[in-house]
Design a protein around this ligand. Sequence first.
Ligand SMILES: Cc1cc2nc3c(=O)[nH]c(=O)nc-3n(C[C@H](O)[C@H](O)[C@H](O)COP(=O)(O)OP(=O)(O)OC[C@H]3O[C@@H](n4cnc5c(N)ncnc54)[C@H](O)[C@@H]3O)c2cc1C
Ligand code: SF4
Length: 325
Amino acid sequence: MLRLPTFTYHRPKTLAEAVRIKGAHGPAAMYVAGGTDLYPNMKRRHQTPSHVVSLQDIRALHAVTVRPDGGVTIGAMARLSLLERHPHLLRHFAAFTHAVSEISTPLLRNMGTIGGNLLLDTRCTYYDQSFEWRESISFCLKKDGDICWVAPGSPRCWAVQSSDTVPLVCAMEAEVELVGSDGTRRQPAGELYRDDGIQYLTKKPEELLTALHLPAPGRWKASYLKLRRRGTFDFPVLGVGACLWFDGSKIVKANVRLGGAGSFAIPATDSERLLVGNELTDEVIAAAGSASMKPARTMDNTDLDVYWRRKVAPVFVARALRACR
Ligand SMILES: Cc1cc2nc3c(=O)[nH]c(=O)nc-3n(C[C@H](O)[C@H](O)[C@H](O)COP(=O)(O)OP(=O)(O)OC[C@H]3O[C@@H](n4cnc5c(N)ncnc54)[C@H](O)[C@@H]3O)c2cc1C
Ligand code: SF4
């Protein structure tokens, strides 16, 4: 049985107190939301904070607010099970509720939060293993070692972006709010991530994610499509988030993001270019789908065959685009 290491558990009641505790302990402290990612990681000794700062008692982080323009501000601690059943989200943000409902299992969605999902650790076959398993291969770059077993000549880690909501919220140009010792700031969700399996977030370590702002409903349509081995539960090995903005039947802006295919939600820029200025016909969908094969930089570090995953990207992108009709 894997056991948690010893740690001091903090339950601050305010944002300021949480940030202060995290700042005081530096890298020895980590925030915890639902704990469905952090606690398994601690059991496998991926992360070994001696101070864990729970966000559970900070009431403001649990709120889900429908703004006057119909957009929704979701507190970082909002539970996934609440979001997937939220009437306004179901009606106006069906792609988002679908992505949320694809995360893990009902039990885990009852614990897991949107904040934890947006900040989910990257994953890799050589990393998501017990300490003893990792020790038997002398560890790897991401934790405790000095080699990447997926690409031994590479100076970087290629662990995979594996959150179901990230490709979609990036495509939708949703925004995130962060609070740190320098105050509060708001930025596009897409700017929260970088293409690196270890330093996969751009935020400062002590910064706390407070909210996700979904844009007002309008002349755009979004979709999310996930590839995984089992329909019941599995992390995505490909997750396509698409969002198209229309003027009449013509596409005026297009965002297509590939999750599970690299260390961040990769923009399929050629596909986006082929969509803009056109109607969403079968031919345009097929061409945009085909153009997504190149950016799908799959590596042999998740489930399913690496070459097949790459080949199937055009099919999944085309299906995700069709769902935007
Ligand atoms: C069996 C299993 C299957 C899973 N399947 C999926 C899946 O299919 N798709 C998927 O996307 N995920 C999956 N997950 C991962 C996880 O359950 C979800 O991603 C969940 O949403 C994580 O949320 P949490 O609140 O539990 O995060 P936590 O575990 O509490 O936190 C995750 C990380 O975010 C940090 N953090 C959390 N909240 C904040 C905040 N507000 N500010 C700053 N830092 C914060 C923590 O320090 C930690 O590093 C699975 C997990 C398990 C155990
Ligand atoms: S991609 Fe390489 S460095 Fe990163 S977790 Fe996997 S084996 Fe380790």
